[in-house]
Design a protein around this ligand. Structure first.
Ligand code: CP3
Length: 354
C-alpha cells in the first residue's frame, strides 16, 4: 500500500506514512515531552506557568528537544496544548497545579457569538515561531509533527469548563440544540484548519488531530461530531497542502475505527490501548497506516511484562504493513525514564518478524 498523496522522504516516520513497512518501525510517544523528565520539570520551573511555556518559543523548543536527546525518537511533536485554540478564540484558559485545565465555560448563544476566528493566527504567532525554530533544530532523520485537538474534544473542554466524567452538559447541547452546537463545531473546524495549515507552512511535516473523548459518543453522534468535522479538516489539508499526512486519534472508537478511517480519509490512525492488535492488523491496516498502542502503564510497571507487551505490538502490527510504534494514550508523569530507554532498546534491536 503506497499513498501517492504523501511525498517520499529519508525520514523513517514519513516513509511509513507514505506506505512503506519500515524496519525497525519508527517510534515516538504521545506526550513525550513532559513531567516524567526531570529536565522538563526544571524548564517548567524557569518558565513560570504552563501557558508561558507554550507561548515562549525558546522554552517550547527546548522541551520539545529534550526527549529526542535522550531517546532519538523518529518524530518530534510541537510542544503546546490542544487548549490554545479556545484561548486564541478569546476564551479564558488557565492551568492550575494539581487541577488540570480550567476554562470560563461557554453558557449560551451570546458566549458562542463572542468567539473570534479572526484573531487565531495572530494569537498563535509564538507557537508558529516555535514550529519554524524546531524545523531548523531537529536532527535530519527526525520528522516534525504539528497537532491540534479535534473539534468534539475541544468543545467538551469549552462547554464543561475543564475535564469531565460524563460530558453531560456538552451532550445536552449536542443532542438537544444541534443547531447551536453545530455552530461551535463549525467555528472550531475553521480555527483548527487555519491553525494546522499555518503549522504546516511553518515547517510541520505531518499533523495529528487528537480526539481524546471520541469514545464517549453513541454511533450516530460519533458520525456527526467526530467523523464529519475531522473529515472536513482532513479534506481541507489534503486539498490546500497536498502530500502532508494527517493522523487521526479517535480514542475509544472501538469497532468504529474502520468507519472512522474510511469516512475521514486520514493517512494514519492512532490506536488506543483497548484495540486488539490482531484485529487492527485485519480490519484497520488495509485502510490506513496505523500507530500505537502500548499501554502507557506498561512503562510504569516495566520489567518482563513491558518486554512482552512491546513484542506483542511488534509481532502483530509491524514489519509486514506500515506501523508507527507509539503508546495507546499519553505517557504518564510517574513513568521511570529508564523504562522508556528499555522499550527503545527492545524495538531497535528486535528481529524482523517473518
Ligand atoms: O506530546 C507532546 O509531548 C506535546 C505536547 C502535548 C501536551 N498536551 C502538553 C501538556 C500534547 C500533544 C497535548 C495534548 C492534549 N492536551 C490532549 C490530547 C491528548 C491526550 O493526552 O488525551 C488533551 C486532552 C489535553 C488537555 C490537557 N492538557 C489536560 C487535560 C492537561 C492536564 C492533565 C495533565 O496531564 O497535566 C493538560 C496539561 C498538559 N499538556 C501538560 C503537558 C506537558 C502538563 C502540564 C504541566 O507541566 O503541569
Amino acid at each position: 500500500m503506497s499513498d501517492p498523496r504523501v511525498a517520499s522522504s529519508e525520514k523513517p516516520f514519513l516513509r511509513t506514512l507514505a506506505g512503506e513497512a519500515v524496519w525497525p518501525p519508527p517510534v515516538w510517544l504521545m506526550r513525550q515531552a513532559g513531567r516524567y523528565l526531570p529536565e522538563y520539570r526544571a524548564t517548567r520551573e524557569t518558565a513560570g506557568g504552563f501557558l508561558d511555556l507554550c507561548y515562549t518559543p525558546d522554552f517550547a523548543i527546548e522541551v520539545t528537544l529534550q526527549p529526542l536527546r535522550r531517546y532519538r525518537f523518529d518524530a518530534a511533536i510541537l510542544f503546546s496544548d490542544i487548549l490554545v485554540v479556545p484561548h486564541a478564540l478569546g476564551q479564558d484558559v488557565a492551568f492550575r497545579a494539581g487541577e488540570g485545565p480550567v476554562l470560563d465555560a461557554l453558557k449560551d448563544e451570546a458566549d458562542l457569538a463572542k468567539l473570534d476566528v479572526g484573531r487565531v493566527l495572530d494569537h498563535m504567532r509564538p507557537v508558529l515561531e516555535t514550529v519554524s525554530g524546531l524545523a531548523k533544530a531537529i536532527p535530519e532523520t527526525t520528522a516534525l509533527i504539528g497537532f491540534a485537538g479535534a473539534p468534539w474534544t475541544v468543545a467538551t473542554y469549552m462547554i464543561e469548563g475543564g475535564g469531565s466524567k460524563d460530558f453531560a452538559t456538552t451532550k445536552t447541547w449536542a443532542y438537544g440544540r444541534p443547531d447551536l452546537f453545530g455552530r461551535l463545531i463549525d467555528t472550531l473546524v475553521q480555527a483548527t484548519g487555519d491553525y494546522l495549515i499555518a503549522q504546516i507552512d511553518a515547517g510541520a511535516e505531518a499533523v495529528q488531530i487528537f480526539d481524546t473523548w471520541a469514545g464517549a459518543l453513541p454511533e450516530a453522534e460519533f458520525m456527526r461530531w467526530v467523523v464529519e468535522p475531522i473529515g472536513r479538516l482532513t479534506r481541507r489539508i489534503q486539498t490546500e497542502r497536498p502530500g502532508v499526512p494527517v493522523i487521526g486519534f479517535p480514542r475509544g472508537a472501538g469497532v468504529l475505527y474502520p468507519t472512522f478511517v474510511r469516512e475521514t480519509g486520514v493517512t494514519g490512525v492512532s490506536l488506543d490501548t483497548s484495540v486488539p492488535c490482531a484485529w487492527a492488523a485485519e480490519a484497520v491496516q488495509p485502510l490506513a497506516v496505523t500507530q500505537g498502542n502500548l499501554d502507557p502503564i506498561h512503562l510504569v510497571a516495566g520489567g518482563p511484562a513491558l518486554d512482552a507487551a512491546t513484542d506483542h505490538v511488534l509481532s502483530t502490527l509491524c514489519g509486514r504493513r506500515p506501523h508507527i510504534f507509539n503508546l495507546g494514550h499519553g505517557i504518564v508523569p510517574q513513568t521511570p525514564p529508564d523504562s522508556v530507554a528499555r522499550m527503545m532498546e527492545r524495538i531497535r534491536n528486535a528481529p524482523r518478524p517473518a
